[in-house]
Ligand binder design. Structure first.
Ligand code: KIV
Length: 304
């Protein structure tokens, strides 16, 4: 029996079909890695059943779903709640949970405790943390604690205040060199993959060529080992101007708005629900009631 057959049959821990090793093999074979975010069960099912390799429960949930202005207010408990929902919908993909701002900054012990909850309580296969070389020791500590880590460098939204907003990174030779050093330090510390966000295509291509672990790009050009997008961006469900790197594959907002308006109109016109969408009494009981409800003169006519 293959490991795939053990999946979700009560085997514990759940064995994903796509593992960190699979991603590494995909890099080695030049097979592009597909990744998307998901924040809830139905989305997770759609993404997983579409054959996407990596599902990230991003802290972008803060903006995409919870209505915050940034990712900073997102809590560990909120991330756990969404990761649990997503994990119930994922059968095949490698499931990564984002560690939110503040959950891995105080100390390595605190970070390990918080990260462990994603694996134990929410069935994540790996956690993602933001930051380069300065996080290498932490990546090493998490890896030593048997927790797989996806690193995230370049534009790291949790550093938004320090970076004075969401700006593209790696545009000077010093910044480029720092990114190469970041990637190699994180790989050396045991990271299983690196998200590259908001950096020049040329820099991402160079990191991808130098790194032994897969790179997954968002706003980092086509030469990364894989690509990730935020699910609501892909479907125009974000209510904001998309970033340059977003490609919209469907107009979800228009699709839903049209359905909602038709529902509103049907209810207003009393054409929803119809008879076929209603429950009915058993036929015998209905006929008895109809007979009782007949007007008296019809009963009389019936007796003649
Ligand atoms: O939170 C998120 O969605 C992310 C992706 C942009 C990689 O970190």
């Amino acid at each position: 029996m293959s490991l795939t057959h053990l999946r979700d049959r009560g085997a514990s821990p759940r064995v994903p079909s796509v593992t960190a090793q699979t991603l590494l093999e995909m890099k080695r074979c030049g097979h592009a890695i597909t990744a998307l975010t998901a924040y809830d069960y139905p989305t997770a099912r759609l993404v997983d059943e579409a054959g996407i390799d990596v599902v990230l429960v991003g802290d972008s949930v803060g903006m995409a779903v919870l209505g915050y202005d940034t990712t900073l207010p997102v809590t560990n408990d909120e991330m756990l709640h969404h990761t649990r929902a997503v994990s119930r919908g994922v059968q095949r993909a490698f499931l990564v949970a984002d560690m939110p701002f503040g959950s891995y900054h105080a100390s390595a012990e605190d970070a390990i405790r918080n990260a462990t909850r994603f694996i134990k309580e929410a069935s994540a296969h790996a956690v993602k943390i933001e930051g380069g070389q300065r996080r290498a020791d932490l990546v090493q500590r998490l890896t030593d604690a048997e927790i797989s880590v996806v690193a995230h460098i370049g534009l790291t939204p949790q550093s938004g205040h320090r970076m004075s907003g969401y700006r593209g990174q790696g545009r000077t030779s010093e910044a480029m060199d720092q990114l190469y050093a970041d990637a190699l330090a994180l790989e050396g510390a045991g990271a299983v993959a690196i998200v590259l966000e908001g950096i020049p295509r040329e820099v991402a291509a160079e990191i991808t060529a130098r790194a032994g672990i897969p790179t997954i790009g968002i706003g980092a050009g086509p030469d990364c080992d894989g690509q990730i997008l935020v699910f609501p961006d892909l479907l125009n469900l974000t209510f904001s101007q998309p970033a340059k790197f977003v490609r919209r594959y469907a107009d979800g907002a228009a699709f839903f708005a049209n359905a909602l308006e038709r529902y509103r109109d049907d209810v207003t016109a009393r054409t929803f629900p119809g008879n076929a969408e209603s429950y009915h009494l058993p036929r015998e009981l209905r006929e008895q009631r109809e007979a009782l409800e007949q007007p008296a003169d019809l009963h009389a006519a019936g007796r003649k």
